[in-house]
Design a protein around this ligand. Structure first.
Ligand code: ATP
Ligand code: MG
Length: 429
């Protein structure tokens, strides 16, 4: 893509009311645009990152046995009354509205009811189970405070998978496998080294749920972390009984701030009961379906990557989710030879499936370099008069600042090698 056609521009300052580092950087670099507190639009650069995160999550969910669908955002009152979650007294973050005829409707703030209601129509026999539907969807929550940028949106995009199993055993087996998929996801987006399985509050049907907490000072959550065992306990459930039951030693736990980037929850029959979600087993007996929920906020995940990986010059994207692999920068565009060389390289890389942002703007070199650092694309290639005279290009890695000088004839193979981004840290289910 040509930068002259990119709709957004970098800017020096973020809006004054934006206090979070993630949104400040994403706004300054032209990835998102702020509509109001907790509400952001994703510009072309931001959308590309979001789509890559979505592709990684989709890949892991499909490998886990998930089946993708799309549930509606508009939800009917009757459905949510079944589980007693329509009332504003019990759920304080609904966005509700009315149809022209006065019928009340709500905008999804979560998805258990939508799935239980739909699956009720398709589950009747043990042959229909297990099943693992999921979707990517915009979610609406009337959050009281929203000061953490894209980490806590009033409108946000998430993935939610729901498991429908015949019994506890089948559920537990899937639940354990889902943890591995989640670890793979966080490894693949570049924050796996700081993201830990955390024991959090459960419900009627399970003592604990599990959160995936990414450690950063920007986090709103507090966890107690055992470095050796690589597990943590959320402050919400932190007490002597819990610590002992998990075989942890209080003196070895460190208190850390963290962001909940995902969570998994055993729901038991909490929803299958009110929705009368039953199946007939091999003996013809009626049984309640056992459910679980598995969520990840994509915007929150993107914001977490920003909080953890960016530096004082700007964003730093891992190759797996970067909007482009290469930032191609021509210096002194008015020079015909420079322009032609850059255009030719741009075409050649594009023909080979390499994603390139080509800075074809008429701007000073310093401005282009600063913008490039702010945007954070993994590799920058500079096409300059001096380099052309020597038959060379300069490649700089954004993360390390390391510079390589590559002969013109080798440039394609060097870039192709960098593009072959290995599926880092993937564990098999
Ligand atoms: P939190 O405890 O941070 O309020 P939650 O426990 O309410 O989140 P869930 O309802 O379980 O979160 O949603 C599943 C996932 O969706 C979370 O793990 C998180 O990644 C993401 N998420 C939740 N709320 C938001 C939000 N307001 N903005 C962005 N992502 C969110
Ligand atoms: Mg939570």
């Amino acid at each position: 893509m040509r930068q002259s056609q990119l709709l957004s521009k970098t800017r020096k300052d973020a809006p004054k009311d934006e206090v979070s580092k993630n949104a400040q950087l994403l706004i300054r670099a032209g990835f998102v645009s702020k509509e109001m507190a907790g509400v952001y639009s994703y510009l072309p650069l931001g959308l590309r990152v979001m789509q890559k995160i979505e592709d990684i999550i989709r890949d892991e969910m499909n490998k886990l046995g998930g089946t993708e669908m799309k549930t509606s955002i508009i939800q009917s009152k009757e459905v949510w009354e079944k589980s007693n979650r329509w009332s504003d007294e019990l759920v304080d973050n609904w966005f509700k509205t009315k149809l022209k005829n006065g019928t009340e409707v709500g905008l999804s703030f979560t998805n258990e009811e939508a799935y239980a209601n739909i699956l009720k129509q398709y589950i009747s026999s043990y042959k229909d189970l297990p099943v693992y539907p999921y979707d990517f969807k915009s979610i609406f929550r009337n959050e009281a405070r929203s000061k953490s940028g894209v980490l806590r949106g009033r409108e946000f995009y998430w993935k939610a998978l729901y498991s429908f199993s015949k019994d506890e055993n089948e559920h537990n087996e899937f639940y354990e496998r889902s943890k591995i998929s989640y670890k793979n996801i966080f490894n693949r987006v570049g924050i796996g080294h700081l993201t830990y399985v955390t024991f959090a509050s459960g419900g009627t049907f399970s003592k604990f749920s599990h959160e995936f907490q990414a450690v950063t000072p920007a986090g709103e959550d507090t966890i107690y972390f055992d470095e050796k065992k690589e597990i943590a306990v959320n402050k919400d459930v932190y007490n002597d009984e819990v610590i002992n039951s998990l075989g942890l030693d209080k003196n070895k736990l460190v208190e850390l701030n963290s962001i909940e980037v995902g969570n998994i929850f055993s729901l038991g029959t909490k929803f299958s009961e009110p929705f009368d979600l039953k199946y007939k087993n091999e003996l013809g007996e009626e049984k309640l379906v056992v459910m679980g929920s598995y969520g990840i906020g994509l915007g929150r995940l993107m914001g977490t990557v920003v909080e953890i990986l960016s530096d004082d010059k700007g964003l730093v994207w891992p190759t797996s989710i970067a909007p482009f692999l290469i930032h191609l920068i021509e210096i002194s565009s008015e020079n015909e030879v420079v322009r032609k060389t850059a255009e030719a390289l741009y075409d050649k890389l594009a023909e080979n499936g390499i994603e390139v942002l080509y800075d074809d703007r008429e701007a000073r070199a310093g401005e282009k370099f600063n913008d490039s650092d702010l945007i954070g694309i993994p590799f920058r290639i500079v096409v300059s008069e001096k380099g052309i005279a020597k038959g060379e290009f300069e490649i700089k890695e954004r993360k390390s600042g390391k510079i390589e000088i590559i002969k013109e004839k080798d440039i394609l193979s060097v870039i192709l090698a960098k593009a072959a981004c290995p599926a880092r840290g993937i564990q098999k289910n």
